[in-house]
Design a protein around this ligand. Structure first.
Ligand code: GAR
Length: 230
């Protein structure tokens, strides 16, 4: 079952007592009528996937996860999808001989599920323009650093190695350059002298679980407003 974390979504909590900072601060959640239709991609434990569903269940994020795609059979995210009764499809990257082929399969799956936004919630594969172009400005990623610092793999380890005193996480739109798209929301957390990769990752993930649902709401708002103008 997903962790029951003591998250707060209130605006006056954006500067927390332990030094974390969320921007833009989490204020009034937009209303979506009809609900936003989401697709989610995950590779591992799936705590971010769980946090999105928790924000939905708490009636903050007015959305519905219509489809989860995982690339690792039996991963934590797939187990959580079972608990939540969310359709989960396995697209194992090992079965595709080109990244583009996997991305075509992802696009097909999400179009069939009629999703508006796609969220890479711990998707540990590089994606190509096949997926990015199918969901322009509607493909979100969560990354465990304050971008543009520490792109790519082991962002938490990179931050510790660089002896930064503040790190954090970023929710951003995806573009072909890895971890480089437009930033939607960030949270900063202090790095303590005695931090290990695990302790810092835990502090960062706590904030990921707050900003990712919020970034989905902000991106969804943009998308729906563009739709109504267009
Ligand atoms: C998260 O910390 C996310 O930021 C990171 O993977 C973790 C997945 O955790 N993603 C990346 O590093 C992508 N570059 P989860 O499976 O518990 O959500």
């Amino acid at each position: 079952m997903p962790e029951q974390l003591n998250r707060s979504y209130c605006s006056d909590d954006s500067l927390g007592s332990s030094g974390e900072l969320v921007a833009p601060s989490i204020e009034r959640w937009p209303q979506f009528e009809p609900m936003l239709r989401l697709g989610v991609m995950a590779s591992g434990n799936g705590s971010n996937f769980g946090a999105i569903q928790e924000a939905i269940s708490a009636n903050l994020l007015k959305a519905e996860i219509r489809q989860l795609v995982v690339n690792n059979q039996g991963c934590g995210a797939a187990k959580r999808a079972d608990c939540f009764n969310i359709p989960c499809k396995l697209l194992d990257h090992r079965k595709f001989n080109q990244r583009e082929h996997l991305d075509h399969a992802l696009v097909k799956t999400f179009l069939q599920a009629d999703v508006e936004l796609v969220v890479m919630a711990g998707w540990m594969r590089i994606v190509t323009s096949v997926l990015i172009d199918a969901f322009p400005s509607r493909l979100l990623n969560i990354h465990p650093s304050l971008l543009p610092s520490f792109k790519g793999l082991d962002a938490v380890g990179q931050a510790l190695k660089a002896s930064v005193r503040v790190s954090g996480c970023t929710a951003h739109l995806v573009q072909p350059d890895v971890d480089a798209g437009r930033i939607i929301a960030q949270a900063a957390v202090p790095v303590h002298q005695n931090d290990t990769p695990a302790s810092l990752a835990k502090r960062i993930q706590f904030q990921e679980h707050r900003i990712l649902p919020w970034a989905i709401a902000l991106t969804g708002l943009n998308w729906r407003q563009g739709q109504s103008i267009g």
